[in-house]
Design a protein around this ligand. Structure first.
Ligand SMILES: C[S@@+](CC[C@H](N)C(=O)[O-])C[C@H]1O[C@@H](n2cnc3c(N)ncnc32)[C@H](O)[C@@H]1O
Length: 365
């Protein structure tokens, strides 16, 4: 007997208590749904590597474009007679997943054709059409913006990097054995050590963080005016400084001592560490913060009610990613952030919702 949590309530989903699971077809369709979970991210990554989203946008943001049209813009694919057919099969899965729009139009030329009436086998009644794809709300963010060239492509490229994906194969060990960090188990060193040694991952990491920072800060400035009047903001663990403009780089270990500052920013830092490290770091912030100053934390917050929503998936996907790559890494509920703040001596916390589980939380001294 299995139970699932749905909208905060428990439902009995055992086969004997449901009508659908009694019939074989429904049982198989559930299986197909589970099986697709690996194919969509892999198809998405391939489409990104093939520059599909930017190519579609070059036909126009509302354009509907066939695989053949896209392949004609890919010089490296010109020697492969099957390129359009393979690309179409990648794209139709993204279409079915609403990452692209998908529709049919009468074939207009000598393209890879889709035979509507009989699954492609040909025949006298066949209507020859071509499948065409367009951008959707989900894929607009994968097209570099005209004004600044920003898109979320670098973040997806980082998250689906083979070094990261390879670490997920060690998730089972994490459950079965003590003190396993999947990234470390897969590669023998921590992700930060790996990034120091391997320029490719380092570049992917910085570009992924930079792209997401640009988008996040746009939303932050839209919904939060707490930075106005702030003259000094220390970006703790700021990496290469993509979050805050006009930065002065200060080297040092944030777990040792921090420079004195009026206000501080901790963006995507706490979720890299367990509670013990977070309390230590928060105490270091408290010690170096001027009286009346605040630490601005930007993190996903795990919602109390877990439902099938962008809010829940943003937080839980990120939580699993943190669990896989960092020792003790995790996303937290607001209750857990309040506990961290209290343990470090902060007087109060003030949360602001930015977007679908992404929060800005002020820790006030
Ligand atoms: C997840 S990244 C976040 C970077 C940046 N805050 C952002 O949001 O784009 C974590 C950053 O913390 C830095 N970091 C890790 N350990 C550190 C330490 N002990 N002291 C200072 N920075 C550290 C890493 O170099 C990395 O740039």
């Amino acid at each position: 007997m299995t139970k699932k949590i749905d909208h905060g309530e428990e439902h009995d989903t055992s086969p004997s208590s449901t009508t659908n699971l009694d019939d074989d077809a429904s049982y198989l369709s559930h299986n197909a749904n589970l099986g697709k979970l690996i194919c969509i991210p892999m198809a998405l990554r391939a489409a990104i590597e093939l520059n599909v989203f930017q190519l579609i946008s070059k036909f126009g943001l509302d354009a509907k474009v066939s695989a053949s049209q896209l392949v004609s813009k890919m010089p490296n694919a010109s020697n492969n007679p099957n390129a359009a057919m393979y690309l179409d099969r990648i794209l139709r899965l993204l279409g079915a997943s609403s990452i692209l729009s998908v529709s049919n139009r009468m074939d207009s030329g000598d393209h890879f054709k889709v035979n509507q009436n009989n699954g492609g086998a040909g025949g006298p009644d066949a209507v020859v059409t071509e499948r065409v794809y367009g951008l959707t709300r989900a894929s607009y963010c994968l097209v570099p913006r005209e004004e600044d060239g920003v898109s979320l492509v670098p973040l997806l490229v980082l998250q689906s990097d083979k070094v990261i994906v390879g670490s997920f194969f060690k998730l089972k060990e994490m459950v079965m054995e003590k003190d396993v960090v999947p990234f470390h188990a897969a590669h023998g060193i921590s992700i930060f050590e790996y990034a120091c040694k391997e320029p490719r991952l380092n570049k992917a990491f910085n570009e992924g963080m930079g792209a997401f920072s640009a988008v996040v800060f746009e939303a932050v400035f839209k919904y939060y005016d707490g930075f106005s009047g702030i003259k000094e903001l220390l970006d703790v663990g700021g990496g290469i400084g993509t979050s805050v403009s006009s930065v002065e780089h200060v080297e040092g270990d944030m777990f040792e001592e921090l420079p004195k500052a009026q206000n501080m920013l901790l963006k995507w830092i706490l979720h890299d560490y367990d509670d013990e490290h977070c309390v230590k770091l928060s105490k270091n912030c408290w010690n170096s913060l001027q009286v009346g100053g605040k630490v601005v934390i930007i993190e996903f917050v795990v919602p109390n009610r877990l439902v099938n929503s962008a809010e829940t998936f943003n937080a839980l996907n990120s939580d699993l990613m943190m669990m896989v790559v960092n020792p003790g890494g995790k996303e937290r509920t607001m209750f857990e952030f309040n506990n961290l703040a209290n343990a470090a001596g902060f007087a109060k916390t003030v949360p602001f919702l930015i977007s679908e589980s992404l929060h800005l939380i002020e820790f006030h001294k």
